[in-house]
Structure formats: structure tokens, C-alpha cells
Design a protein around this ligand. Structure first.
Ligand SMILES: Nc1ncnc2c1ncn2[C@@H]1O[C@H](COP(=O)(O)OP(=O)(O)OP(=O)(O)O)[C@@H](O)[C@H]1O
Ligand SMILES: [Mg+2]
Length: 168
């Protein structure tokens, strides 16, 4: 594929470069460190990833699913893990979100995946979190979901989102 011509507008050049990278089958990457307990900046990583996906022209319903899954994983590292890293890798066909932390880990993953199961403390619940719906939502909105967790070592979540649904 021929590279798309760039213009003088820096913002546009950046997008064109990203699209060209994708058309060469390379991916576009973005990663953010999120500080534990930082509710002021909570949601920033997922919102920046959402903006990049919109600029790259990823279908709106897919951007919506990615934004939901990424936000839930970002909030979990901020609330439960003392912080972590939120990374997005955008391929032409799919976006992969990887969220890692070196927090306490999850002793019983099956329990944590159940709707309504939460260890969120009262002050977190008073802020509107702690319904025990984050992990089930991540599973529902992604096409592939993987969680690895070890007590005392941390947790890694990988979600894959296809850009076009197969039944189109
Ligand atoms: N990154 C993590 N590190 C340690 N524990 C976690 C992590 N993510 C989730 N958990 C544990 O799994 C439970 C369920 O997580 P989930 O996101 O489903 O619900 P929640 O965060 O408690 O509430 P909600 O997401 O609805 O605000 C959490 O209460 C917590 O005990
Ligand atoms: Mg949660």
C-alpha cells in the first residue's frame, strides 16, 4: 500500500504516520503508568487510548468496548493494586490492551470474576466503585480475555478487541 500523503498540520502528520505504520502491518503502541489511589487522574489512560483509537478511525462501537474494558482495568490497578501500567497496541485488525501491576494479586480468580464480588473498602464504595462488576464487564466487552495473578507478585490482564465483528 502507498503511504498516505502528509500535510503541514502536525496533528494530522502524526495520525498519517500512525496509519502508515499500521498499513505496513506494524502496530501503534501507547502506554501509561497509573499511580495507586490517584482518583484525580483516574481514567486518564483509558481516555487517551480512546482518543487515539478515534483518530485512527477504529469503528465507534469497537472504541466504546475498548474504552469500557480499559477503564475498568485501569480503575482496578488504581484501587486494588497500588498502581500499574496500562498499554494499548493497535494492529490493523485488532487492539490489544495489557494492564499489569505488582500489587497484592488475587487469591481466588474465579471468585473475583463473579458479578458482585468485591473487596473494595467503604471509602471506595462511597465514591461509586466496588459493585464487583469490573472484571465481568472486561470479559463481556472483549473478544479474548486473559487474567494471570499471583498473590504477592501482581496481576496481568490481556484483552483483545477485534475491530470488525465476524458476523458483518
Ligand atoms: N489488579 C488487581 N489487583 C488485586 N486485586 C484485584 C485487582 N483487580 C481486581 N481485584 C480483586 O477482584 C475483585 C473484583 O474486581 P472487579 O473489578 O470485578 O470489582 P470491583 O473493582 O471490586 O468493583 P467495580 O469494578 O464494580 O467498581 C476486587 O474487589 C478485588 O478484590
Ligand atoms: Mg473494578
Amino acid at each position: 500500500m502507498k503511504p498516505v500523503a502528509s500535510s503541514m498540520v502536525p496533528e494530522f502528520v502524526a495520525v498519517v504516520n500512525e496509519v502508515n505504520k499500521m498499513s505496513e502491518n506494524k502496530s501503534v503502541k501507547m502506554a501509561f503508568d497509573c499511580a495507586g489511589g490517584d482518583f484525580e487522574r483516574a481514567g486518564e489512560a483509558s481516555s487517551k487510548i480512546k482518543k487515539m483509537l478515534q483518530r485512527l478511525g477504529i469503528p465507534a462501537d469497537c472504541v466504546r468496548r475498548i474504552a469500557i474494558g480499559t477503564y475498568e482495568a485501569e480503575m482496578n490497578v488504581i484501587i486494588h493494586a497500588g498502581g500499574g501500567n496500562v498499554a494499548a497496541e493497535v494492529f490493523p485488525e485488532a487492539t490489544v490492551i495489557t494492564v499489569t501491576d505488582k500489587g497484592p494479586g488475587i487469591p481466588d480468580i474465579n471468585k473475583a470474576l463473579q458479578e458482585g464480588w468485591s473487596t473494595a473498602p467503604d471509602y471506595v464504595r462511597q465514591m461509586g466503585f466496588g459493585a464487583g462488576m469490573g472484571l465481568p464487564n472486561m470479559q463481556k466487552c472483549s473478544d479474548e480475555f486473559d487474567i494471570q495473578s499471583k498473590v504477592g507478585e501482581g496481576t496481568t490482564i490481556v484483552m483483545k478487541f477485534k475491530h470488525q465483528s465476524e458476523d458483518l
